[in-house]
Design a protein around this ligand. Sequence first.
Ligand SMILES: CCCCCCCCCCCCCC(=O)SCCNC(=O)CCNC(=O)[C@H](O)C(C)(C)COP(=O)(O)OP(=O)(O)OC[C@H]1O[C@@H](n2cnc3c(N)ncnc32)[C@H](O)[C@@H]1OP(=O)(O)O
Length: 167
Amino acid sequence: MKYKVIKKQNSGNSCVVCGVNNELGLKTSFYELENGELVAICDTKDWHQSYPGRVHGGMSAALLDETIGRAISINDETIWGVTVSLDIKYKKPVPTDATIKIIGRITSENRKLFEGSGEIILPSGEIAVTATGKYMKMPVEKITDGELTSEEWKHVEDKEKLEYIEI
Ligand SMILES: CCCCCCCCCCCCCC(=O)SCCNC(=O)CCNC(=O)[C@H](O)C(C)(C)COP(=O)(O)OP(=O)(O)OC[C@H]1O[C@@H](n2cnc3c(N)ncnc32)[C@H](O)[C@@H]1OP(=O)(O)O
C-alpha cells in the first residue's frame, strides 16, 4: 500500500544509523507517514555484514531500535528517549547490497516511558525482523550532556523529494 509522506525527520551527523557523515554507517532516512507510523529507508552495504551477504543482526537491531525510538517524536519532536530494553526476532536473513525499509510505531506511552514495535521489510515485501522496545523519556540535554548543535541534528533534503512510500 502507498502512504503519503508528511515529513522527513532530521538526520544526525555521526550516528551509526542516521549519521550523514558516518561513512561506514547506514545513512538511514526517516519519514513520518499519513498513517501515524514512521518508515526508515537505507541501503545495506557489504561492510554491514556478519556472514558474507547477510546483514549483521546487531545492525538490524540498531535500525529497529532507532526507528521505534524516533516514532515517539512524530507528534512531539521535543520528546527523546533512551532504550531500556529491546526484543528482536530474526525471521529471515537481511541481505547486504539491498534497499530495505523499517517501520516503527508507538504502542503505549506514559509520563516516563514509551513502548513500540517495528519490522524490517525486504525488497520482496517480506518481513525479515521484528522488534518490540521500551524507552525512558529523557531531555536530550541530559542524554548528550548538552544541547544538540545544528551540525549534529539537521534537516537534510533528498535529491528527489519523496511524496509517497510503498510498504
Ligand atoms: C544526534 C543524533 C542522534 C540520533 C538519534 C536519534 C534517535 C532517537 C531514537 C533513540 C534510539 C536509540 C536510543 C539509544 O541507543 S540509547 C542507548 C542505549 N540505552 C542506554 O544507554 C540507557 C542506559 N540506561 C540508563 O541510562 C538507565 O538505566 C535509565 C535512564 C534507563 C534508567 O535510569 P535509572 O535506572 O537510574 O532509573 P531511575 O532510578 O532514575 O528511575 C527513574 C524511574 O524510572 C523507573 N525505571 C527505571 N528503569 C525502568 C525499567 N526498565 N522499566 C520501567 N521503569 C523503570 C524507575 O522505577 C523510576 O520510577 P519512579 O520511581 O520515578 O516512579
